[in-house]
Design a protein around this ligand. Structure first.
Ligand SMILES: Nc1nc2c(c(=O)[nH]1)N[C@H]1C(S)=C(S)[C@@H](COP(=O)(O)OP(=O)(O)OC[C@H]3O[C@@H](n4cnc5c(N)ncnc54)[C@H](O)[C@@H]3O)O[C@H]1N2
Ligand code: MOO
Length: 395
């Protein structure tokens, strides 16, 4: 049997099989989650003119000043000011021509119809024309994802449309004779299916359009038929379960019967060793191990980067943070391991239960700690690489 691949090697081989989907212009307001295929170039400067950053008075020279009128956001003062003059101004309003400072309202007093400063006005309260960006500047690069901030920037740059890649279509199949689709109707000896729903949610959250199949029985013909149906409409087909070595682990023969060629099988990680990748033409199948935590972890480490690659992302790989241990961890085993851990103000704490079927610590985990094979035992305070999960409010 060929030795399992290292994580990075296996993932690179998977990503090399995939290329970004086609691209087209779309309204910027409905392009959230999609990745840019072309740069966003500013069609205007921001701000277009000098603006006040505060509510108060735009002034020229030293006070006291004579009040000449008002500049409101959207309704600028139309004339130039001269020395000793000021206008009432609001935040975001255009600075009148010649005005050189802004006196904030809290530092101003009116005495005998003239404006007097308690603290002097300052040019720091002026937002200079083009300080955020100039017309023709590149605002966003290809491969960047559009979210709330990027949509705001593209709109401010004067764009109503952006050129983005299509959303990838991903099929998710789960199989196993023991699986019940309806968790409320699960006879003894059977278990509610979890992986289709779980992987479907992870894929949807990563920006894929998903189609779900199963749970299928452990029947090679049924699995082959479903792979053929699913691959007609998806660039990536994810199958959970049946990837191991048992007599009912039928994914490999079913893939062969569907005309797919095995690219590799098994990766030296725990959980998640019996992962496989197969291909037919442009369609790639990612077979994930059936244990729910193994499916989650390999979904995180392989399926999400694959979806991001199809979606046109520049950076497809998860980014690790170095976080301190809140309590010691024992030495690592012979496989690189991903430990479910809670993250608090003191640091990260690996759950004592790390079995690859245990969902309670998975649902409570904030991060996965990345433990190299044969890692030394580590003390409280030592920094370890951690992948934040989207289980909390902000990760
Ligand atoms: N002799 C060996 N046995 C096993 C090995 C091995 O190397 N030699 N590897 C183990 C590892 S590691 C894993 S991980 C599992 C993966 O096996 P499969 O991918 O074939 O998955 P199944 O056998 O179908 O299921 C494993 C486990 O997960 C449950 N499961 C499966 N699908 C779902 C689902 N959609 N929803 C909920 N639960 C699911 C299933 O009931 C089993 O309990 O193999 C080890 N064995
Ligand atoms: O590699 Mo398995 O995924 O440990 O349970």
């Amino acid at each position: 049997m060929i030795a399992p691949l290292e994580l990075e090697d296996a993932r690179e081989r998977l990503l090399d099989l995939l290329s970004p989907r086609a691209s087209r212009p779309r309204p910027v307001d409905s392009a959230a989650q999609l990745f840019l295929a072309e740069p966003v170039t500013a069609r205007r400067s921001q701000p277009p003119t000098d603006l006040s950053a505060m509510d108060g008075y735009a002034t020229v020279g030293d006070g006291p000043w004579e009040l000449a009128g008002e500049s409101r956001a959207g309704a600028p003062f139309p004339k130039a000011l001269s020395n000793g003059m000021a206008v009432r101004i609001s935040t975001g309003a255009q600075m009148p021509f010649k005005a050189d400072a802004v006196l904030i309202q809290e530092n101003a007093r009116i005495e005998d119809d003239r404006l007097v400063a308690i603290e002097p006005p300052t040019p720091r309260n002026i937002r200079r024309a083009g300080f955020d960006f100039q017309a023709s500047a590149t605002l966003l690069e290809p491969g960047m994802r559009l979210g709330a901030a990027q949509i705001a920037l593209a709109r401010t740059g004067g764009l109503s449309q952006v050129v983005v890649h299509d959303r990838p279509k991903v099929a998710i199949i789960e199989c196993g004779d023991e699986l019940c689709a309806d968790p409320t109707d699960c006879p003894p000896g059977l278990i509610p299916s979890t992986n289709g729903a779980m992987l479907g949610e992870m894929a949807r959250d990563a920006g894929a359009d998903i189609a779900r199949y199963g749970p299928l029985p452990d029947d090679a013909d049924a699995i082959t038929r479903t792979i053929l149906e699913a691959s007609g409409n998806a660039a990536l087909v994810v199958i959970s379960g049946g990837a191991s070595v048992g007599p009912h682990d039928l994914v490999k023969p079913a893939l062969e019967a569907a005309g797919f060629t095995l690219e590799f099988w098994r990766v030296a990680i725990k959980p998640g060793k019996p992962l496989l990748v197969a291909r037919r033409g442009d369609t790639v199948v990612l077979g994930l191990p059936g244990n729910p935590v193994s499916s989650f972890v390999t979904g995180f480490l392989f399926m999400l980067p694959a979806i991001l690659k199809l979606a046109g992302a520049r950076d497809c790989l998860p980014r690790a943070l170095a976080l301190p241990l809140a309590e010691p961890i024992p030495e690592g085993g012979g496989r690189r391991e991903f430990l479910r851990a809670a993250w608090s103000a003191e640091g990260v704490r690996a759950f004592p239960q790390q079995d690859s079927s245990a969902l309670v610590p998975l649902a409570q985990a904030d991060v996965l700690i990345d433990r190299p094979r044969h890692a030394d035992a580590m003390e409280t305070g030592a920094f370890v690489p951690c992948y934040p999960l989207r289980n909390g409010a902000y990760a």
